[in-house]
Design a protein around this ligand. Structure first.
Ligand code: FAD
Ligand code: EPU
Length: 338
């Protein structure tokens, strides 16, 4: 088992910002992980598990150990005429897993095509896109409890999923390492094509009776047209969450800005499009030195190279403050700031 010292994390985060970690090690199975956790050189050090590094912002060096999750493998746990339950290793690339399920004709994950990162991080913030969140096809996950090394099973309820939230991002933060995630997928899928741009993309392609592959391909095309590719331009997707506010707050803003982009969020609540708020606050396409706000999607902060995580963090604070000042709405960062 190799332990690297004073290692540069630039290749391991999609913002491509430099940050050094005191130690770095990889694990490919639970035994290797347990051995690392017990390793004398790593005792007492803060631990950070990384998948694809596509939802983190390093604002400083990491004084502990970074554990790279490389557990792969797929296992079919159950198959009936209607459905399957399939388990994927937490280190598997998310989109490779989604593509595999689409190839099999199993529905449930197609709207989540092309989200960067690994399977194990998906439950962390209940990843979502184009009208679907993983909490819907999710079946269970297995995680190693760091305090006693036991493997614990979590069902949907135990994960306490919310919008870009879960038990693992809140109460359970830093206490568990997710090893595998299982999903229940349908052989006679119910397609989710209600999200405006999917329907428009399918219409553009002349598809009236879409298959799950059609939906996956439509989502891929939309994502490619809207979001910057992190291999080309550093970013971590949406930097902020879409704020959920009381209906009266949305009404107050709408009275002044009738074109406010918002969606009902249940129980007298409304979700506002943070991209709209940031754009209207004047930030879309903003660039200062080598950091900025993406020109096509104001919710995405970008790094052109040569800058730092703390500079990106400071920009996010300026954006946050200006949205608060202009609309009275408090944005919350979605990205995990380290
Ligand atoms: P990392 O960034 O490596 O880790 C994220 C967090 O999870 C960290 O706190 C880390 O410590 C923790 N973690 C990672 N793996 C484990 C594990 N096995 N056990 C315990 N903790 C763990 N997200 C969406 O929800 N929807 C989108 O549409 C979307 N689009 C994106 C588009 C782009 C271009 C980019 C760059 C990002 C996008 N994201 C989106 C954000 C990101 O892809 C997801 O949050 C993804 O699940 C992160 O996976 P990762 O492996 O890179 O996680
Ligand atoms: N908008 C603007 N200006 C912008 C960007 C967006 O006005 O610069 C408005 C538009 O009116 C648009 C609305 O915001 O109709 C919504 O935009 P979009 O469909 O692009 O989605 P989003 O709300 O900006 C969310 C997720 C994305 C996910 C997409 C698609 C969050 C924080 N973000 O973005 O997730 O891919 O929906 O479902 O919920 C991520 O989490 O990293 C991520 C990329």
């Amino acid at each position: 088992m190799e332990i690297f010292r004073d290692f540069n994390l630039k290749p391991f985060n999609t913002f491509h910002v430099p940050a050094r970690t005191a130690r770095l090690a990889r694990f490919r199975n639970v035994e290797e992980l347990r051995a690392l956790l017990a390793h004398p050189e790593l005792q007492g050090l803060p631990r950070l598990v990384l998948g694809g590094g596509s939802n983190v912002l390093f604002t400083q060096d990491w004084p502990g150990v970074v554990l790279l999750n490389e557990i792969t493998g797929l296992e079919l746990l159950l198959e009936t005429d209607e459905a399957v339950i399939i388990r994927a290793g937490a280190g598997m690339v998310w989109h490779d897993f989604v593509s595999y399920t689409v190839d099999q004709g199993w529905g449930g994950l197609e709207n989540l095509s092309l989200i960067p990162g690994r399977v194990g991080a998906a439950p962390m913030q209940n990843i979502g896109a184009y009208g679907v969140e993983i909490k819907e096809p999710f079946h269970h996950l297995e995680a190693l409890r760091i305090s006693d090394g036991e493997v614990v099973r979590f069902d949907t309820q135990a994960c306490r999923f919310g919008y870009r939230e879960s038990f693992f991002k809140r109460e359970g933060k830093g206490q568990y390492i997710i090893l595998s995630v299982a999903f229940q997928l349908n052989k006679q899928p119910k397609l989710h094509t209600h999200y405006g741009s999917i329907k428009a993309e399918l219409d553009k392609r002349g598809i009236t009776a879409p298959t799950i592959r059609d939906v996956s391909e439509a989502v891929i095309a939309i994502r490619r047209s809207k979001l910057p590719n992190p291999d080309v331009l550093g970013n971590a997707g949406s930097f902020f969450k879409n704020p959920v506010v009381a209906a009266e707050v949305a009404e107050r803003i709408k009275a002044k800005f009738p074109d406010l982009s918002s969606y009902p969020a249940g129980e007298g609540q409304v979700k506002l499009a943070a991209g709209w708020l940031i754009e209207r606050a004047g930030w879309k396409g903003f660039r200062e030195g080598n950091i900025g706000v993406h020109k096509d999607q104001a919710l995405v902060l970008v790094h052109y190279g040569g800058s730092s995580g703390s500079a990106i963090y400071d920009l996010s604070t300026r954006v946050l403050e200006s949205v608060k000042e202009q609309f009275g709405v408090e944005l919350e960062r979605e990205v995990n700031v380290i």
